[in-house]
Design a protein around this ligand. Sequence first.
Ligand code: HEM
Length: 186
Amino acid sequence: MKGIVFTEFLELVEEKFGLEMVDDIITASELESGGAYTAVGTYKFSEMVQLLTHLSERTQLSVDDLLYTYALHFFKVIQRSYPGLLNTYSDPLELIASIENHIHVEVRKIYPDAQLPVFKIVKRSENTLILDYLSSRAMYSFGLGLMHESFNYFNKNFKIDFEKIKEDGTYVRFFIVNTDENSKSG
Ligand code: HEM
């Protein structure tokens, strides 16, 4: 997992819960990195799992809720760091449908060792998208938050439901609808 995911996560933890919490969850974890992350480094996903688990225990918030909130923050990072990539699109459904074949392809050019999920389009119509998420990291709540922010970015109304196809969250189906008044149904 890329260092930027760790550095931004710990920044958000500091902002929401304070520096003591950051120290606390790092100390409670067994981290090969020692908890010293640089944005350009690459670290084991198991370190993120430990940090999330310890934060979840201390805040009584579920790991999924924490990942969702983190995604809202991470979208701002994406906006700041890769505005050109977002502005290739004018429509959130088009953007979300293009993660697999364009956006994450570009991400992999920047970070060849990035660990990215697989998105498979199941069904696409003008205002709807059924999208399967597959990843051993089970970060579908992170994906959900990024999808919500994609709609907010374009000021579009939406409804997103999901269904776990595998209970552990490694395979999740998203049902995404653009409910904007100006949109035609279908
Ligand atoms: C992971 C970049 C848009 C879903 C990541 C990572 C980066 C990244 C750097 C971390 C990779 C690693 O740690 O090795 C971007 C950029 C985007 C973008 C630059 C837009 C310009 C999106 C959108 C979604 C999404 C719109 C919505 C579904 C995910 C998920 C992960 C991820 C779920 C976590 C990894 C996993 O589940 O296996 N992305 N992303 N990304 N991205 Fe994107």
